[in-house]
Design a protein around this ligand. Structure first.
Ligand code: NAP
Ligand code: G4F
Length: 343
């Protein structure tokens, strides 16, 4: 029997790489979309030893004509649309580019499915950022959206449009409302990886101080490899529907830092308040972490904590990796990474 073909947009990103690995194990032929770039963006696929097992096509999802050509070239069964301008802070500086990729890019894909082949299943990468400013202790599929960034507004447009195409044209299109998920393959601009990499450098005497923004923001952090399985499960369900994927636990950025410090066995203390708050190494008296207002956002999402009971009940999905295990995995990986970088 010929292999099923899965198309992953954003294959060079964190989730794209883990999902490609997962689908290859499930015996799919994986086609990955990458936009042309001067530097190689394949390091994650190489790290997972799958770079030679996927077919890469050079397509920007903003370009509908290139997408149409691609859809004619392959008999695609499933599309996982992970491509996005995914950094919330950047979306405040590049709102139009963010909307073109995160909103119109999704519409391009939906239009092609509607016009070319309505049997193609679509997974859309929605996000807990859409909840933004809410008054619920847990957020689930019924919680109202209140986007707090151009990133979240564009994702909300995509989310509602996927729902509308499902209801209007009978497409098997679903959105996964994924809460933050991290890993050693996370981009260095996101806070978890910024902290694990920064502290690993400090621990190995390659950096003095790490500067961060709002350490009181709280997130529901899971492990990316657990979450890509949920994407696939959503597309295999008989009835297309949207699901929250989360751990149901929430920690502040400060708690994430404290867990890293524990994992490194460093004796530290927090001193000061507001912009003057600092993390000090008790023995050396050196400042390990300080606050810099450049990393604060014009409007913040203060607290996210997901209720994933629908996914548990219908898909039989649940998270496998604890917060402390995730932190340790990322710190250990960055210690190795930094040692190699400077050897
Ligand atoms: P990521 O590491 O930043 O990857 C994003 C990918 O999108 C990269 O491969 C990037 O390519 C690609 N891309 C950006 N613009 C594109 C364009 N115009 N055409 C084609 N490809 C483009 O993000 P991630 O963490 O894997 O997240 C995957 C998806 O899930 C994103 O849509 C994100 O918004 C969403 N999401 C993530 C989380 C999370 O916590 N990780 C939570 C909820 C939702 P380059 O390599 O060329 O930049
Ligand atoms: O790691 P972050 O940049 O992730 P954020 O904004 O929550 O977005 C991530 O998760 C979303 C799911 O909810 C995805 F949709 C999105 O694509 C992305 O993957 O920031 C997390 C929190 C924020 O509250 C931010 O203000 O950490 C706070 N923070 C404090 N200092 C910082 C910093 N964030 C970054 N990136 N850098 C700092 O120095």
């Amino acid at each position: 029997m010929p292999k099923k073909i899965a198309l992953i947009t954003g294959i060079s990103g964190q989730d794209g790489a883990y999902l490609a690995k997962f689908l290859i194990k499930k015996n799919y032929q994986v086609i990955g979309l990458e936009r042309r770039s001067a530097r190689s963006t394949n390091w994650r696929l190489e790290k997972l030893n799958i770079a030679d097992k996927v077919i890469i096509e050079d397509v920007d999802i903003k370009e509908i004509n290139n997408l149409i050509r691609l859809f004619s070239k392959y008999k695609i069964s499933e599309i996982y649309n992970l491509a996005a301008q995914s950094f919330v802070q950047s979306s405040f500086y590049n709102p139009i580019e963010t909307a073109q990729v995160n909103a119109i890019g999704v519409l391009n894909i939906l239009e092609i499915i509607r016009n070319q082949n309505r049997k193609i299943k679509l997974y859309q990468a929605s996000t807990s950022e859409m909840f933004g400013k809410h008054d619920k202790s847990y957020q689930n599929e019924k919680t109202l959206f209140h986007p707090r960034s151009p990133y979240a507004s564009a994702k909300a447009f995509a989310h509602y449009t996927v729902q509308n195409y499902r209801e209007s044209f009978g497409l098997h299109a679903v959105s996964g409302i994924l809460f933050n998920h991290e890993s050693p393959l996370r981009g260095e601009e996101f806070i978890t990886r910024k902290i694990t990499l920064g502290l690993a450098k400090i621990f190995l005497n390659k950096k003095k101080t790490l500067k961060v923004g709002n350490i009181y923001a709280r997130r529901d952090w899971g492990f990316a490899e657990d979450y890509v399985e949920a994407m696939w499960m959503m597309l295999q369900a008989k009835k297309p529907d949207d699901y929250v994927i989360a751990t149901g636990k929430s920690y502040s950025v400060k708690q994430f830092i404290n867990e890293c410090v524990r994992s490194l066995n460093l004796k530290t203390k927090w001193v000061g308040k507001g912009l003057n708050e600092k993390l000090i190494n008790i023995k050396s008296k050196k400042i390990l972490i300080s606050i810099d207002k450049r990393f604060f956002r014009p409007s913040e999402v203060d607290n996210l904590k997901g209720d994933y009971s629908k996914a548990k009940r219908i898909l039989k999905w649940k998270p496998k990796t604890s917060f402390s295990k995730l932190v340790k995995m990322m710190i250990d990986s960055d210690l190795k990474f930094v040692k190699k970088l400077y050897q």
